[in-house]
Write a new protein. Structure first.
Length: 456
C-alpha cells in the first residue's frame, strides 16, 4: 500500500480498527459471550490536550460504535474490586481516574488496576468541586499531589498515564493551561450515566445506553466506588455487545509506543462528511442567547426524574449550592447551561455546563469518610498506646481512679462528636460535603473538628 493510499484510508477512518494492535478482541477464555476489548488506541497528550464533548470541541478519535469506559473516584476496595472482576470477566480494559487520598488509603487498590492492565489516570488529591474557582496555585497542588500519591501507591512512575479528570468537570482556563504545561491530557467525557446520584442501577443502565446511542460513540463516565454501578455494569456491557458496540482501551504514547496515526477530523465527534468542503466546517452561527425560548428543549435523556417530575441536571447542584451557603441564591435558568449549541468561540471550549452537572457523589463522600476513618483508627491506636502509658504512670502516682474515670469519658465524647459529624456529612448537601474533604493539610481529627465548628 502506498503512503498516499494509506494516508487516505486513515483519513477516511477505514483503518481506525487496525492502526493499533488489538488487545484481547473476542478472545476471552472461558467467557465466549464477553464483549472484549477490540483495540488499543495510543494517544499523545501533547497533541490533543482536551478531550470529551461534554465540554470540549474534541474527543477521542473513535470510530462509530466504539466506546471508552472510564471510572472515577476510586479505589474503594469492595466496589472497585467488583468492578475489576466484571471487567476481567468481559476482557474489557478501561481507564480509571483515581483520587490521591484514596490511593494513600488503599494503595493496593491502585496496584490491582495496574496488574489487571487498565490505564490509570488521576482525579486530584482531595476531589474538590471548586477547581474552577480556587486560586490556581491550589488547583496545581491538587493535581500535583494527586499524581504524587498515585505514583507512590504504584511505586512505579511509568504505570501512571498523564491523563487527568477534573472533579465534577469544573474546568477553568488556568487549570487547563497548567495541565497542558505539564504534558497532561484533560479528560472530560462524552456521556455520563448519573451513577453518583440517588437513582436505581437500572436507571444508570438506561441512561448509559440511551446516551451512548444518542452520540454513537465516545467516552462513558462511570464511578467504580458506586454499588449501583457495580450492579449496572454487566448489563451495560452485555447490551453494548448486543447492539454492536466495541470497547476501546486508551493508553498514552511513549518512546517505544508511538501514537496511533489519526487525522484531525477524527478527533471530532461528528467529522464532516467527505462530500462537504472542509471550509464549510464548522458552520457555527453567531448564536446569541436572546431568551429561553430561543433554546431547544433538552432531550429526555438529559433529564432525570424525581417524584415523577423531570428534573434538569442543573437542579441538584444549584439546590446544593443554595443550601451550602445557608442563604438562598437566585435560581439559574435550568436549560441554557446544558445546551450543546455551538457558541461563537466553540473552537476553544464550550460554556460551562459542568457547573450544573455534578454534585458530590454519595459514594465518594462515604469513601473519603471511610479513608478518613482508617486514618483516624490509626491515630486512635496511637493515642490508646499513649494513654496506656499515661495510665501506667498515673497508677504509679496514686491517681489511677481519677484518670480511669476522666479519660475514657473524654474519649467517648470526642468519638461521639466525630460520629455525629459523619452522620451530618452523610446527609449534607454537595457544597458542604465538598468542604469536608477539600483541605488535605491537616489530620482527619483536626479537620473534622474544623468542620464541626463550621456547622455550629
Ligand atoms: Zn469524581
Amino acid at each position: 500500500m502506498s503512503a498516499s493510499v494509506f494516508a487516505s484510508l486513515v483519513a477516511l477512518g477505514l483503518l481506525a480498527g487496525i492502526t493499533a494492535p488489538a488487545a484481547l478482541a473476542a478472545d476471552c477464555p472461558g467467557h465466549p459471550d464477553a464483549i472484549g476489548t477490540s483495540r488499543t488506541l495510543v494517544v499523545d497528550p501533547r497533541e490533543h490536550r482536551l478531550v470529551g464533548t461534554m465540554q470540549y470541541r474534541e474527543t477521542l478519535p473513535l470510530a462509530d460504535h466504539e466506546v471508552v469506559l472510564t471510572f472515577d473516584d476510586g479505589p474503594l476496595p469492595h466496589n472497585s474490586n467488583q468492578i475489576l472482576e466484571i471487567l476481567a470477566s468481559q476482557c474489557v480494559k478501561a481507564t480509571f481516574f483515581t483520587i490521591g487520598r484514596m490511593a494513600q488509603s488503599f494503595p493496593e487498590g491502585v496496584r490491582k488496576l495496574r496488574d489487571a492492565g487498565h490505564t490509570i489516570g488521576t482525579h486530584t488529591q482531595n476531589h474538590p468541586l471548586n477547581m474552577n474557582r480556587m486560586p490556581i496555585e491550589r488547583a496545581q497542588k491538587e493535581i500535583d499531589d494527586g499524581i504524587a500519591s498515585v505514583k507512590a501507591a504504584l511505586g512505579d512512575d511509568a504505570a501512571l498515564a498523564p491523563f487527568v479528570r477534573i472533579p465534577g468537570l469544573m474546568r477553568a482556563d488556568a487549570v487547563e493551561d497548567y495541565a497542558g504545561s505539564q504534558g497532561l491530557q484533560l479528560w472530560s467525557a462524552d456521556f455520563p450515566a448519573d451513577d453518583w446520584r440517588h437513582i436505581s442501577s437500572s436507571r444508570v443502565y438506561d441512561l448509559a445506553i440511551s446516551r451512548i446511542e444518542a452520540k454513537g460513540k465516545g467516552i462513558l463516565l462511570l464511578h467504580d466506588i458506586q454499588a449501583r454501578t457495580v450492579a449496572a455494569l454487566p448489563k451495560i456491557l452485555n447490551e453494548l455487545k448486543a447492539r454492536g458496540y466495541h470497547i476501546v482501551h486508551v493508553v498514552p504514547a511513549s518512546p517505544d509506543r508511538p501514537a496511533t496515526p489519526t487525522e484531525p477530523q477524527q478527533w471530532l465527534l461528528h467529522p464532516p462528511s467527505e462530500n462537504v468542503a472542509i471550509s464549510h466546517w464548522p458552520k457555527i452561527p453567531n448564536f446569541v442567547f436572546a431568551g429561553a425560548d430561543m433554546l431547544p428543549a433538552p432531550s429526555l435523556s438529559d433529564v432525570d426524574w424525581l417524584d415523577g417530575q423531570p428534573i434538569a441536571f442543573a437542579e441538584p447542584f444549584d439546590h446544593a449550592r443554595r443550601l451550602a451557603h445557608g442563604i438562598p441564591l437566585p435560581r439559574d435558568a435550568p436549560w441554557p447551561r446544558l445546551t450543546s449549541l455551538p457558541l461563537e468561540n466553540a473552537a476553544i471550549t464550550l460554556p460551562a455546563p459542568e457547573q450544573s452537572l455534578f454534585e458530590m457523589p454519595d459514594g465518594l463522600r462515604a469513601a473519603l469518610q471511610s479513608a478518613a476513618a482508617a486514618s483516624r483508627r490509626a491515630e486512635q491506636a496511637a493515642s490508646n498506646a499513649q494513654e496506656t502509658r499515661t495510665k501506667l504512670v498515673s497508677a504509679d502516682t496514686g491517681n489511677s481512679r481519677r484518670m480511669n474515670h476522666v479519660k475514657p469519658h473524654a474519649r467517648r465524647g470526642a468519638g461521639h462528636d466525630l460520629g455525629r459529624d459523619q452522620r451530618h456529612g452523610a446527609s449534607r448537601v454537595a457544597g458542604r460535603g465538598t468542604r469536608t474533604v477539600a483541605p488535605g493539610h491537616h489530620g482527619p481529627l483536626k479537620h473534622l473538628a474544623q468542620v464541626k465548628k463550621r456547622n455550629v
